[in-house]
Design a protein around this ligand. Structure first.
Ligand code: NDP
Length: 821
């Protein structure tokens, strides 16, 4: 028998179980069977199939939930559409009241929500009680505030419409909050599908919302499999998809929504680094690693799953970490004194185990502490794998479990290179007592959330989201609002893809020929340029512009440019894949150089943009003449275009040092900074309308914000862009910042969108081209911005410049820096 003295000596905890009684009563009240939640009512189709939810800590059957059929999805989307008519017109101040009532109601039911969350997911009650549910309430408070302020602070924006939301199982309530709160604050209505493993807390939340009095149809919850998810994604009456989950399914959804005009945001997987420098407080960093990788059993998209520690302190650090691991307590999620609960499901447990064995096979040394696990339930020991090669699949792939891999480095440069050696870019932390070093590393690691001397700190006021294959779009903060609004002037893009055979799911092979191009032949004789009197004009064929130099096209083919009267007005190079690859290389070289374009301060970039404007204006008459000659438009109209182009350059010279980011008012004691970083290398296919202004309107915001660009000028009227080299040459623009490749727009765009080293593609060509750009971008999840072949008035300042452009030219990184001793 254990005596008091024994306990004194061992300091052993006893169990501190939370009561499941209230949850049991709620489940029993529903007969442990749930239908769909549509229009604030439970809808139970008679023929429904059911799915069983189990408690992963005990294996106990909790309840059965319906598997949605098409008619359920249709009904939910129909309800959301009807509700949108009134909800979108409901004043923001009224929506704020509803959201405040929801936030209050969450707090009133906080205990029930957190107990259910822990029973359904397996996460420790300590976490659901102190993190998940408080953050759920916090999001509704925070976005109630934005609903209140929308009409004054976002007066140029309108809601998007009906939003389809699909969430994973790792933070069921938190993910739901991240999605629903900003959406309804901005006047949208939603249909949300929780993950199959964890459906129950979303259903309880639905009742909490209804009790708070939210009008029917604003929030609808559909339970079902991935198939039901697909039905939501492909439904024609859904205006936007917001998804969190695996990169693989994210890719499928990008394919399914390609060309449809639906907005989409994707929060995908990660393999986030924890970088520990030699001067870090090692004990604090050990605790940081515990928060980074063993929080929620490591089932966290931004889990610090790659430890990168400086070589000279690595042995000491690893020893301290192993000792700490020996004190972690793993057990029933309702025990208040455990550190780690259960893995969500047997299949996930198997995946985790597969990767640990793989780590061993790949030469890693696996360490698991000698701690007891409950005999029943899906528990897994905290695991550390050392001695792996940086290229090992265990180091590269997301495991999504309590498994940490560790690497070492010697210099800060090496640490950053290792941290960035991943296809992901969701989060990361740096540990150092040298604030300069820590902030330098945080700014150089490519990820949407960087924590200094902490990890996995979240708040509604700080945005969250990925770089690279971790997805795009932000949730949280002011930046999260832009996922749920559209500019006031813009209707939902409804591109006409009919007759093109572009069935998103089954693309016919013959349609894959998009972007194929046969090099050009001589123009027809009647287009010949000799005019029969006087001297023939001296032939001048503009070259490509790559790395600040005029270069001949790789293929030595040319493309004829016909003027308004059908006569040849010039010829340009007919670019090919090689030309694009050279241009991308040049764009990369200048962004990555030590004093690269992205590293320059905004003042310098603004000076250069003013200089471009000055030099363009100096050649004003020449550009007017060229536009008239190519397009046949009037002198007056061409003059207006050139003047607008000069003005636009002034606009972005202005924005070059005024869009850096802001301080976020999060709950962290310290500073949270949102930095608007450049996206990287952007490929830009320009519209045919306004050959000069379209070009300038797209190039200027991109370079103002530190990106480098590969421009494909208007295919029909490329000569304004080729004339532009000389303006660039005389304006101190470093070689490689702006590269220009002329030729077949779709052919060149295809290479850009398939290029692994291009970070984003902007495309203002046809509806079909827009479809393909979105479809092909899924290969490395690059960001896209397309015009769907719809008109845009580039002369209009509302449509042709401003926040929409700046938003596309940047990605937000939130850096969290705690202060104090
Ligand atoms: P998934 O990406 O498969 O699931 C996420 C959500 O998408 C779920 O609601 C799922 O429904 C739904 N879904 C599945 N297939 C489709 C489809 N074809 N169309 C529309 N919706 C679909 O993640 P998993 O839960 O299967 O986890 C797999 C891996 O994903 C994990 O091991 C981890 O690596 C990663 N992951 C990343 C997360 C993150 O936060 N970044 C979160 C969760 C997982 P259903 O549950 O019914 O299948």
């Amino acid at each position: 028998m254990t005596t008091l003295l024994d306990l004194f000596k061992t300091m052993e905890y006893g169990p501190a179980p939370e009561s499941p009684a209230a949850v049991t009563a709620w489940l029993e009240e529903h007969g442990r069977k749930f239908g769909q939640f549509i229009n604030n009512e439970w809808v139970t189709p008679k023929a429904a199939k059911y799915y069983s939810s189990y408690n992963p800590s005990t294996g106990e059957l909790l309840a059965e939930t319906a598997q949605a059929e098409k008619k359920d999805v249709d009904a939910a989307i129909g309800a959301a559409r009807t509700a949108f008519e009134t909800w979108s017109q409901t004043p923001g101040v009224v929506r704020a009241r509803y959201m405040y009532a929801i936030a209050r109601n969450i707090q009133k039911h906080a205990r029930l929500l957190s107990v259910l969350e822990s029973m359904d997911n397996g996460k420790p009650i300590r976490e659901s009680r102190d993190v998940d549910v408080p953050l759920l309430a916090r999001h509704f408070y925070y976005y109630a505030g934005w609903a209140q302020l929308m009409e004054t602070e976002l007066r140029d924006y309108q809601p998007v419409g009906v939003i389809g939301q699909i969430i994973p199982w790792n933070f069921p309530l938190m993910m739901l909050a991240w999605k629903i709160a900003p959406a309804i604050a901005m006047g949208n209505t939603v249909v949300l599908k929780p993950a199959s493993y964890t459906r129950l807390s979303a259903l309880l939340f639905a009742e909490v919302v209804a009790e708070a009095g939210l009008p029917p149809g604003v929030v609808n919850i559909i339970t079902g499999s991935g198939k039901a998810g697909e039905m939501i994604v492909t439904h024609p009456d859904v205006d936007k998809i917001a998804f969190t989950g695996s990169t693989e399914i994210g890719r499928t959804l990008r394919h399914l929504t390609a060309g449809s005009g639906k907005k989409i945001s994707l929060e995908l997987g990660g393999k986030s680094p924890v970088v520990v420098f030699e001067d870090a407080d090692l004990d604090a960093a050990v605790e940081g690693v515990v928060d980074a990788i063993w929080f929620n059993q490591g089932q966290v998209c931004c889990a610090g799953s790659r430890l990168i520690v400086q070589e000279n302190v690595a042995p000491r650090f690893i020893q301290k970490l192993k000792t700490r691991m020996g004190h972690l307590r793993v057990g029933d999620s309702l025990d208040k004194s455990i550190d780690m609960g259960a893995i969500v499901d047997k299949s996930q447990w198997d995946t985790v185990d597969y990767w640990v064995k793989m780590g061993e096979k790949e030469g890693g040394k696996v360490f698991q502490p000698d701690i007891p696990l409950p005999t029943k339930g899906l528990f897994y020991k905290p695991t550390l794998i050392t001695d792996l090669d940086p290229a090992a699949s265990t180091v590269q792939e997301e495991i999504f479990g309590p498994v940490l891999v560790s690497l070492t480095f010697r210099t800060p440069e090496e640490a950053i290179a290792l941290a960035n050696n991943t296809r992901y870019g969701l989060g990361g932390s740096v540990w150092s007592d040298n604030i300069n070093l820590a902030l330098d590393a945080a700014s150089k690691i490519k990820a949407g959330a960087m924590w200094v001397n902490c990890h996995n700190v979240f708040d509604a006021a700080g945005g969250f989201g990925g770089y690279r294959e971790s997805g795009f779009g932000r949730e949280g903060g002011r930046e999260g609002l832009f996922e749920y609004v559209r500019p006031k002037w813009m209707e939902r893009p409804q591109p006409d893809l009919s007759g093109m055979g572009l069935d998103a799911a089954n693309v016919p092979a013959e349609k894959k020929a998009w972007g194929e191009h046969t090099p050009s032949r001589p123009a027809r004789p009647e287009a010949g340029r000799a005019n029969g009197h006087g001297l023939p004009p001296v032939d001048r064929t503009p070259k490509m512009y790559v790395g600040g130099k005029q270069v001949r096209p790789d293929g030595a083919y040319t493309l004829t440019v016909l003027g308004a009267k059908g006569k040849i007005v010039g010829q340009v190079g007919d670019g090919n894949r090689k030309d694009i690859r050279n241009a991308v290389e040049a764009a990369h070289a200048v962004i990555e150089a030590k004093q690269g374009w992205a590293m320059r301060h905004g003042y310098n970039r603004s000076q250069i943009l003013y200089f471009i404007a000055e030099n363009l204006d100096a050649r004003n008459a020449e550009f007017v003449k060229r536009i008239v000659e190519m397009t046949g438009r009037t002198q007056k109209s061409a003059q207006a275009e050139v003047d607008a182009a000069v003005e636009r350059l002034f606009t972005y010279a202005a924005w070059a040092d005024k869009y850096g980011g802001n301080i976020q008012e999060t709950t962290l004691r310290g500073i949270t900074v949102a930095v608007n970083e450049p996206v990287g290398v952007i490929g830009i296919a320009c519209p045919d309308e306004f050959p000069l202004l379209g070009f300038v309107s797209l190039m200027a915001p991109a370079i103002a914000r530190g990106n480098t660009v590969v421009m494909i000028p208007s295919q029909r009227f490329p000569l304004s862009a080729t004339d532009f080299y000389q303006v660039l040459d005389t304006s101190d623009v470093p070689g490689g910042v702006v590269n220009i490749v002329t030729g077949d727009r779709d052919h060149l765009t295809k290479t850009l969108v398939q290029h692994e080293d291009v970070d984003a593609v902007w495309y203002f060509g046809s509806a079909e081209g827009s479809y393909w750009v979105e479809y092909e971008s899924a290969a490395n999840m690059k960001r896209t911005w397309v015009g769907y072949g719809l008109p845009r008035d580039w002369m209009d300042r509302e449509q042709g410049e401003g926040h929409e452009f700046l938003h596309e030219a940047t990605q937000v990184k939130n850096i969290w820096v705690p202060t104090g001793e």
